[in-house]
Design a binder for this molecule. Structure first.
Ligand code: GLY
Length: 370
């Protein structure tokens, strides 16, 4: 990480020709235009943003692009994970074609993870690939979805079953956007922050734990440092394994059961981060059953999730058998057998475990007990 003189932080994602910088700075959205002009130098831009309050950030981004003399078009997509479909990606591409965007154009995603994933996929597909800049406005997108180049949409059978790796040319994070984020969304983002500490950095997790009250109270310094810390961890993992041939899968800690819970809930009942919180605790129980995760580690995970006011139990009305079935269509499964990332200690997780279904069942039964 570089801390520049003006106080903003820059995290570099080193991927050879596809390297880019993540810039974290309060008020950064107003400087989006000059950044895009410098890094991409596009012929034109399409700003893709969400509906509702986030649209104001889209307007701010469009204004800044226009002021930087970039021909700019805008498009809003409706809110919600249920809208993360190929149909909406098709509409993004149609909008680009209508605006006569060419191969030198850029798609600028201003919003949460759904906007970023769909705008990123549109950029990957339009004319076989145009530039994309991510300007995430939710904590979850700032610490996870906007970094690392995963783009995608859901199918009825499961999450992110269609997608592409398409690295952004830059990520611009303005923590000021978190001031208007509903508290539930903020907490959901904290689940991914906690995940990063659990899988790779016990020291970072300690800081997050110490700062939890301040984070929930949206203290700007605490938020900026949590965002930068998470981006550093994620950047290091992505640099080591860009296309998830092995090690990157560690970022999926909590996602095997989490995605199943989210899918069964119809993408409505739980926010992604909430489902991941349930999934992380359940994965600890799977790890305990396999003799990989020590019980005191599971307790530490439960404690920090509770401190963030996140759910930790599988809901009583969600049958373990249904969760196991939903896991079979997850893209992390291999030959129909779900694959898990397990914690060996706080700060160290390993991917690639495929436990027997009886073990998963036992862990899910335990995860349901409040
Ligand atoms: N969110 C998991 C990854 O980027 O690999």
């Amino acid at each position: 990480m570089r801390l520049t003189e003006s106080g903003h932080s820059v995290v570099r994602v080193g991927l050879g020709a596809r390297s880019y910088e993540i810039r974290v700075e309060a008020g950064a959205l107003t400087g989006l235009g000059p950044l895009v002009a410098r890094v991409v130098g596009p012929s034109a831009a399409l700003v893709v943003t969400g509906s509702g309050p986030v649209a104001a950030y889209g307007d701010q981004a469009a204004l800044s692009l226009g002021q930087a003399d970039i021909r700019t078009y805008c498009m809003q997509i409706p809110r919600g994970e249920r809208r993360k479909t190929l149909r909406w990606v098709g509409r993004i591409c149609e909008r680009m074609a209508e605006a006569r965007l060419d191969r030198r154009s850029v798609v600028v995603a201003v919003g949460g993870g759904v906007v970023g994933d769909m705008a990123g996929l549109g950029a990957a597909l339009y004319m076989r690939g145009v530039a994309c800049v991510q300007a995430p406005t939710t904590l979850l997108a700032q610490v996870d979805a906007s970094v690392g180049g995963k783009t995608g949409v859901n199918l009825r059978a499961g999450k992110n079953l269609i997608g592409a790796f398409h690295q952004p040319r830059a990520v611009l994070i303005d923590p000021d956007t978190l001031a208007t984020l509903p508290l539930r969304e903020l907490r959901a983002g904290l689940a991914e922050v906690i995940k990063h500490g659990l899988i790779r950095d016990a020291g970072y997790l300690e800081t997050v734990k110490r700062d939890m009250r301040n984070l929930l109270a949206r203290d700007p310094t605490a938020l900026q440092s949590a965002i930068v810390g998470s981006c550093q961890i994620k950047a290091a993992v992505v640099e080591a394994d860009e296309t998830e041939q092995g090690a990157r899968a560690v970022l999926n800690f909590g996602h095997t059961i989490g995605h199943a819970v989210e899918t069964i809930g119809g993408y409505r009942r739980f926010r992604h981060g909430e489902a991941v919180a349930i999934g992380m605790r359940a994965a600890c129980l799977v790890g305990e059953e396999m003799g990989i995760t020590p019980p005191n580690v599971s307790e530490a995970v439960e404690d920090i999730l509770r401190a963030a006011n996140l759910p930790v139990n599988l809901p009583a009305d969600m049958a373990p058998a249904g969760v196991i079935e939903a896991m079979g269509t997850d893209k992390k499964s291999s030959g129909g057998r779900p694959r898990f990332v397990l914690l060996r200690e706080v700060g160290w997780a390993e991917p690639g475990f495929d436990p027997d279904v009886g073990i998963v069942r036992k862990a899910l039964d335990r995860a349901q007990i409040v």
